[in-house]
Design a protein around this ligand. Structure first.
Ligand SMILES: CCC/C=C/C(=O)SCCNC(=O)CCNC(=O)[C@H](O)C(C)(C)COP(=O)([O-])OP(=O)([O-])OC[C@H]1O[C@@H](n2cnc3c(N)ncnc32)[C@H](O)[C@@H]1OP(=O)([O-])[O-]
Length: 302
């Protein structure tokens, strides 16, 4: 069963960040009808959604200053907004971008991974998994309009999209730089990268933690197009038009065929992946590395 079609994958019940929302106890159809997006913008504190029902698309802007780091709150609000658009058949595509100047997303929130207890790490990791699964298997066309730096988890989010447009600014680097923090990208981050840029380039990029500037990102296939900063949005819109010219059912089945095996690898071992993460991140040596990295980030500012 497709992930986007329900809250169940096989026999597994997925994380339900919206369970506390009013209407969560409603039947799926009823709740979807009540939650219809319409032409008015909606969103939450950290995720702004600008729908264009006539065009069948919505622009989703991450708005968690200063750097859109993926806190538990941002992850939760992201999934809720995504679900709302998935449930409203008006929408066929989402342009994903940032409302924070100069940063698409700084990746996972380091504060969520430092100095907390195992239960918190487990909850956090489950939310990271959930967002990835939903984005990676989304039936909608997802286009990333990358208007800022895009390291680590930010890069992962962009890699789940069907197409990436990057603003041509040398500061807007993109890549999975986890090793630079002394941590290791899990297998599904790696799989997502390999599926995009191939094995050898991924091997080098992951081990060295390379953050590619725009021209190189384009060259290795990390992004599909690099354009002047003021053209990122318009380019994303015209690319979207091209993708929406394909009949949905054929495109969706094809996307699923390309991605399902990769997603299933995580679905089959979500619990052990959580345990691995909790064990890894709780190590003294890893906590020390993260603290050192955070210190460097703060120093750079001062
Ligand atoms: C196994 C796990 C896999 C892990 C995956 C990941 O994604 S790991 C994540 C790997 N991610 C990275 O390696 C990216 C690290 N970040 C950067 O490289 C830069 O912040 C930037 C290039 C994104 C933006 O540069 P800029 O000059 O525009 O901004 P600035 O640098 O001045 O920061 C402003 C404030 O935000 C703070 N803060 C920043 N990032 C994070 C974060 N992820 N979290 C929390 N906080 C973060 C920063 O400390 C500062 O706080 P202060 O001092 O005001 O309290």
């Amino acid at each position: 069963m497709a992930l986007v079609a329900g809250m169940r994958v096989g026999s597994r019940v997925l994380f339900r960040p919206w369970a506390w929302l009013p209407g969560a106890a409603l039947g799926r159809k009823e709740s979807a009808a009540r939650g219809r997006v319409g032409a008015r913008g909606f969103g939450s504190q950290r995720v702004l959604v600008e729908p264009d029902p006539a065009a069948g698309i919505a622009v989703m802007k991450l708005k968690s200053p200063p750097v859109n780091s993926l806190s538990l709150e941002l992850l939760t609000e992201f999934v809720i907004s995504l679900e709302k658009l998935e449930n409203d058949k008006t929408f066929r595509g989402i342009i994903l971008t940032s409302d924070c100047p100069g940063v698409f997303s700084a990746g996972l929130d380091l504060m969520e991974m430092c100095g907390k207890n195992p239960a918190h790490y487990a909850e956090y990791w489950k939310a990271v998994q959930e967002l990835w699964l939903r984005l990676y298997l989304s039936n909608l066309v997802l286009i990333a309009a990358i208007n800022g730096a895009c390291p680590a988890g930010g890069c992962l989010i962009s890699l789940t999209c069907d197409y990436r447009v990057l603003a041509d600014n040398p500061k807007y680097v993109i890549g999975l730089n986890e090793t630079l923090l002394g941590i290791v990208a899990p297998f599904w981050f790696k799989d997502t990268l390999v599926n995009t840029i191939g094995h050898r380039t991924s091997e080098r990029a992951l081990q060295l933690g390379i953050l590619f500037p725009p021209a190189e990102a384009l060259q290795v296939g990390m992004v599909d197009k690099v354009v002047p900063e003021d053209q990122v949005q318009s380019t994303a819109l015209s690319v979207m038009a091209q993708w929406l010219s394909i009949p949905d059912h054929a495109r969706q089945l094809t996307k699923n065929m390309m991605r399902k095996a990769t997603a299933d690898r995580l679905v089959k071992q979500r619990d052990s992946d959580i345990q691995n993460f909790v064990g890894f991140i709780s190590r003294d040596s890893i906590q020390k590395s993260l603290q050192v990295y955070l210190g460097k980030l703060r120093q750079k500012k001062g």
